[in-house]
Structures are given as C-alpha cells and as structure tokens.
Design a protein around this ligand. Structure first.
Ligand SMILES: *[C@@H]1O[C@H](CO)[C@@H](O)[C@H](O)[C@H]1NC(C)=O
Ligand SMILES: *[C@@H]1O[C@H](CO)[C@@H](O)[C@H](O)[C@H]1NC(C)=O
Ligand SMILES: *[C@@H]1O[C@H](CO)[C@@H](O)[C@H](O)[C@H]1NC(C)=O
Ligand SMILES: *[C@@H]1O[C@H](CO)[C@@H](O)[C@H](O)[C@H]1NC(C)=O
Ligand SMILES: *[C@@H]1O[C@H](CO)[C@@H](O)[C@H](O)[C@H]1NC(C)=O
Length: 656
C-alpha cells in the first residue's frame, strides 16, 4: 500500500505533463516578397476568395496540405497551406486562420508572402509556387550556445539521415517524418522534417539536405529551419504529437523513477523498525511531492517564457530568438562608419586585408576588416563561415559582430578593442613598463586559454596560423584578445589538418614543419604561442634587427642561456627589479621552450600548457634544443642553408 502512493504521484505527474491542453500555435516569421497590389483590385478579390476557400478546405481534408488558385492572369492567385504532419485538423484550421491575419499584418498589400507558424505554413503568390524548390527562408533558434553542441550533432546524425530519407520517400499527399534519439547526457532530441508533398523525392531530399547543412551553425538545442519548400526542426523538448507521428512514445526518455532502497518487510511486532519505515516513507512522499511541485512550476515557467518570447518576437525585437540574417549589415552603413575607408581611420594592415576603425550611428565603435579580394569562396559558403566564426565567443577572442557582402567586397565587423596590440607594449621602450609581471602573466594565461578554446572547445577546431604579438589586442583592462582567428578559413575553406600548399603566417612564428612542408596542426599554433611567450617575458622581438641585419634570433639565444643555466638573464630587465617572482618567470620560459620543440609531438597541447601555467606543482619535461637552432634536422636539403626568409620579418600572408 505504502509503495503505491509515490507511484501514483509519479503517474499523476506524468499525466499532468502529457495532458497539457494545446496552446495557440506560435507565430514564427514571414517573408514578404516585392510586388504590391492595390486595395479593391482584382488581385485582392482573388486573394480573399483563395483564402476563404483554403480556410474551409482545412475543415475537411486530412493530409495537412491544401492548394487553391483563383482568377485569370495577370491577377491569378496561387496559394497553399501546409500543416505539420502530426497536427490534428482542428489545430491546423486555427493555425491557418491565424496565419492569414499575420500575412495581412506583416505583408500588407503584398502579392507574394510566406508565413510560418509552428504548426503550419501559408504561402501565396501571383506566380506558380508549387513544383520547384525554394530555400530562401528563415532560421529560428534559441540562443543557448550549447557547450555540448558537437556531441549533440553527432548523436543526431542517424536521426537526421533517417528523417531525410523517410520524408523524401513519402507519397504525393504527404512528405513528413518525425522521430527522436538519445542525445548527450540525459537529453532526448526530437526531430521533424517535412516537404510540400508535390515535390519529387529528389527535390524534397535536396531541400532538406540544404536545411540540414545549416544545423551546425547554431549550437542550439532548438532549431527551426523554415523554407517555403521544406521545414526542419529539432528540439530537446517534445514538440510534436508522437502518437500521430508513428514513432513509439519515447518512454525511455523520461528518467526512471529513482530507485530508493525499499525497506524490507518488517518483522511483526517490531515497533522500532516500523517507526523507521514510516519515517522513510513519509520523507520519500514529501520528497516526491516537492519534486512534483518543482517540476510543474518549472514547466509552467518554461511555457510562460515561450509565450513571452512569442510576443517579443511579434513586436519585432529579436531577443531570445534571432535569425541568421541578423549578422548581415549593409555595406553602405559599414563603409560610412569608417569614413569611406579613409586613411585616417586605418588601424592596421593585417593578414587578409586592411583594418579600419569605424563608428556606427549609435556611437558604438567597431573595427572593420576589409578582406582582400580573391578568396575564391562563394557567397553562401562565406556567410556560413562567418556565422560559424560569430558563434565563437570567448573572453580572450575578439568578437566578430557582423559582416557585409557586396559583389566581391567582403567586410568583417569586430568589436573595437581599446588598447593597441601587444607588440606596441612589450617592444616599446617606455610602454613596456606598464606591463609588470602580474599583467604579463595574466596576458600569457589569457592567450593560452583563447587558443585552447579555438583548438578544443569550439566545434570547429580552428588553427589560428598567425598567432603573434600584433594579433593580440589588449582591452582597457589589459585583458588579451586574440584577433584574426579563423580568417584563413574564409580563404582556404576545406583545409584543416591536411597538408596545405598555401602557407599563411609570419616567418619567425611559424613552426618548422609548417613553414617547410606546409604541415598544419594545432601544434603549429603551440609553436607560435611558445615564441610569443618568450617574447613577452624577454621583451625582445623574435627577429631583432641591428643595423639592418638579423642578430642572433631569440630562440637560439634563449636556448643558449637556458643550457648554460643563465635563464634569468633572459628576463626583461624592467621585470626583474625587486621582483620575487623570478622562479615563476623561469618556469614560463621553460614552458615556452617546450612549446618550440622541433618535433611537433614533443610540444605540449594547449590544454597542458594551460594546466602548466595554472599550477606550479606540475613537473615540466626537460626541453631539448628548439627548432632552427642548428642547421640540420628540419632542413629538407641537408647541406644547404635554411630558407633565408625564415628569421626575417617578412609577413607573407599579406600577399596571398
Ligand atoms: C507577379 O507580380 C510581380 C510584381 O508585381 C511581377 O513582377 C510579376 O511579373 C508577376 N508575375 C506574374 C506571373 O504575373
Ligand atoms: C508595397 O507595400 C509595402 C507595405 O505597404 C511598402 O512598404 C512598399 O513600399 C510598397 N512597394 C511599392 C513598390 O509600392
Ligand atoms: C478566423 O477565425 C475568426 C474567429 O473564429 C473568424 O472571425 C475569421 O473570419 C477567421 N478568418 C478566416 C480568414 O477564416
Ligand atoms: C492543387 O489543387 C488542384 C485542385 O484544386 C489539384 O487538382 C492539384 O492536384 C493540386 N496540386 C497539388 C500539387 O496538390
Ligand atoms: C495526439 O494525436 C492523437 C490522435 O489524433 C490524439 O488523440 C491525442 O490527443 C494527441 N495528443 C496530443 C498531446 O495532442
């Protein structure tokens, strides 16, 4: 008897969760195309007649797809309604009714419009709209910037493939598929795909395929990709009616009731034991009731939030959800913000293009990178890459705020970082004083965390390729922010770790295997980081020139001092005065030397670098001679001298 109570409470809880009455369908977005009709024109009359005909159609048929046409050219109106495959006729009708209102509200007097709701889509036009694939649509997603988005995506792959095939394989009345799959942690992912049913199998498949390709951009647990020809949604919450949608209700998805150690039946007449049992059971019941209350409040709050954000969206604010287009900014606006790319606003001439300072109309300062031409990348690829980069957000990375595209002109808009780049401080006779050891140590650690994020924490595994002092910016609080990450991706799309024939980077910071053989890996960045670290501590440029000639390069010098036990002599004299952190500085030099080891496999990963920097109790490996100290080893042509430019200041990335 006592066992039954908590069970029934659980059951009740499940019922409450599953039997929540259907709410109004959620309005998502519209697409209004150019071309207006006038009030009381034939077109309007035809449109009204088509719409009322569709409205009455939804009350009868059951496939969720209805098409109607009315009028003679040029005033013909074609329209269709597509309700999500699992939606019942009643909901479908209400949704269609609402979407007519939204079309009038958001696309007044437009001949052509598309309206997306959660449960249905309405489209009308003066042209033929069925029979061809249209993928000019909208993306709506919750901005939760999932940490485990990669795992989620991997877990979803089989479901995605299944739904694509299943939906495309549907007949001419219905092309719809839904399902779920376990995701990372205790998450279950629910997915739905649907095409307008008149499409051929291939057309439907292709449409869904291009929707699927958008998924990785959003790192979100709830994404809707809305095209006029097909629709895709996945979510970590169940948003469709699984009963209708054929797949079995995912009972495993709900966490099994906690297995509490149940008391064994008490021996008769043992009052003491009985009291204990009653106490345990009472506590269990109270616990479960609390669970239930908490659960119900939580779901109610979630629902309320959902409805609020709906309102927010209707008012035109993009707060919780936003569309992919929101990052695209008009070329003219950016151009004007930089004073038409005036020389006065030029901040620098980095790899891949010139950087300008800009000021938007609202007073916000930005940095604008005008990419040099000839990236060879298509527009859509470019946009996709930029969206991916914009998702990378880390305290130690300069934030990408937007982009602009016009013809062959491509602009990237970044947050403006207050102070100059790191090289303007550490190599400057007076300003280097500002950077005391504490600050330099924080800068080193910050750069390391930023690079680690690029290497491991972002789904993309970005190799920076051009890590150097001038690519590290300092903000008002001297927090380092890495600039120019991922820009190489905009130029050379599909390389990641393969051999690359287009070598991008700065000699002196480039790992030997990359400079000589084009072998690119995360360890190339570790090498550059090592050089940078040594520069920060020594205050010496890796390629100090004296009378126009390269004097001994930093790495050889550092190694010599280290080997002869004079590591302390490397430290920037302005740091040493009265400092009691010499040991820490030497430890940093040690880490720097490990990073510039000749053999990439001897270099630590950025994760271990961060660990080593964070704890002085970790024992460090003994470094051996760094790369390029001797004239053998990495030299591909033994006997011949190394490439001359290697220690020079040439930045070859500018010319590529
Ligand atoms: C539809 O309307 C647009 C805009 O008014 C017009 O350019 C186009 O020619 C029309 N198409 C047809 C088939 O009438
Ligand atoms: C069409 O109507 C919309 C909304 O009323 C208006 O913003 C737009 O300027 C009109 N376009 C033309 C060509 O009249
Ligand atoms: C939508 O529903 C409302 C109320 O049920 C009704 O007055 C209205 O005419 C409907 N709109 C259409 C286009 O059927
Ligand atoms: C559109 O509707 C007409 C009749 O109203 C029907 O004959 C035609 O098959 C429909 N087209 C599609 C693709 O469903
Ligand atoms: C799911 O669909 C079935 C069949 O139409 C219906 O009986 C059931 O009430 C629906 N459930 C929900 C939660 O809408």
């Amino acid at each position: 008897m006592l066992k039954i109570i908590p069970k029934s409470i659980l059951l009740l809880c499940f019922h409450l969760l599953t039997l929540i009455p259907p709410t109004k369908s959620r309005f998502l977005d519209t697409r209004c195309d150019d071309g207006n009709y006038t009030a009381n024109s034939n077109y309007q009359i035809n449109l009204n007649s088509v719409i009322s005909s569709l409205a009455s159609a939804t009350t009868t048929a059951t496939n969720g797809f209805f098409n109607r046409s009315a009028g003679q050219p040029p005033d013909t109106v074609n329209a269709f309604v597509l309700c999500r495959g699992d939606v019942d006729p009643d909901t479908c009708r209400r949704c269609v009714n609402d979407s007519f209102d939204m079309a009038e509200r958001y696309c007044p007097y437009r001949k052509r419009a598309t309206v997306w709701y959660d449960d249905c889509m309405l489209r009308f036009s003066n042209e033929t709209i069925l029979g061809s694939v249209d993928t000019n649509g909208r993306v709506i997603y919750t901005q939760d910037n999932l940490q485990n988005a990669d795992e989620l995506y991997q877990a979803m792959r089989p479901l995605i493939d299944r739904l694509k095939t299943e939906a495309a394989g549907g007949d001419s009345r219905r092309k719809f598929a839904s399902g779920d799959t376990p995701g990372p942690g205790f998450m279950t992912v629910y997915g739905v795909m649907q095409c307008t049913p008149e499409l051929s199998e291939d057309e439907c498949y292709n449409c869904l395929e291009s929707a699927v390709n958008q998924i990785p951009i959003y790192r979100s647990s709830d994404v809707r990709i809305l095209y006029p020809s097909c629709i895709l949604r996945y979510s970590s919450s169940r948003f469709f009616n699984a009963t209708v949608a054929l797949s079995p209700p995912p009972t495993e998805a709900l966490a099994p009731p906690p297995r509490l150690p149940l008391p064994s039946p008490p021996p008769p007449d043992n009052r003491n034991n009985k009291t204990i049992i009653i106490t345990v059971v009472t506590i269990t019941i109270i616990f479960m009731i609390l669970c239930l209350v908490f659960f119900c409040i939580f779901t109610r709050r979630k629902r309320k939030l959902g409805m609020n954000s709906n309102l927010v969206h209707e008012q035109g604010e993009v707060d919780e959800i936003s569309t992919a287009k929101s990052l695209q900014i008009s070329f003219d606006v950016i151009k004007a913000s930089t004073g038409n790319f005036s020389e006065n606003n030029k901040l620098g001439d980095g790899g891949f293009g010139v950087v300008y300072k800009g000021k938007l109309e609202n007073g916000k300062e930005i940095a604008v990178k005008r990419l040099s031409r000839g990236s060879g990348q298509g527009e859509q690829e470019f946009v996709n890459e930029v969206l991916l980069l914009a998702r990378l957000q880390h305290r130690n990375l300069v934030r990408l705020l937007g982009f602009s595209l016009e013809g062959s002109e491509r602009l990237l808009m970044y947050e403006f970082v207050q102070n100059a780049s790191l090289d303007k401080f550490i190599f400057h006779p007076a300003r280097r004083m500002i950077l005391n050891w504490e600050r330099r140590y924080k800068i080193i650690a910050g750069i390391a965390r930023g690079v680690l994020y690029l290497h491991e924490d972002s789904r993309l595994k970005i190799i920076h390729r051009d890590l150097k002092a001038s690519n590290v910016l300092l903000d008002a609080e001297m927090i380092p922010k890495i600039a120019d990450f991922g820009t190489a991706r905009l130029f050379t799309p599909e390389e990641s770790q393969a051999n690359t024939f287009r070598i991008v980077g700065t000699y002196g910071y480039m790992a030997p295997e990359y400079a000589l053989y084009g072998q690119l890996s995360v360890k190339s960045d570790v090498y550059s980081f090592g050089v940078l670290l040594l520069e920060i501590i020594t205050g010496r440029n890796n390629h100090t020139l004296q009378n126009g000639a390269v004097i001994e390069d930093l790495l050889s010098h550092a190694w010599k001092c280290w080997r002869n036990g004079r590591a302390a002599s490397l430290i920037d004299p302005t740091l040493k005065d009265g400092s009691n952190s010499i040991r820490d500085m030497i430890r940093c030099i040690h880490i720097g030397l490990l990073c510039v080891q000749e053999d990439a496999s001897d270099r630590p990963t950025m994760a271990s670098v961060v660990l080593m920097l964070g704890s002085s109790s970790i024992t460090l490996a003994v470094p051996s001679e760094p790369a390029f100290v001797t004239q053998t080893g990495t030299n591909p042509n033994p006997g011949k001298p190394l490439p001359k430019g290697y220690t020079s200041t040439t930045t070859i990335s500018n010319n590529l």
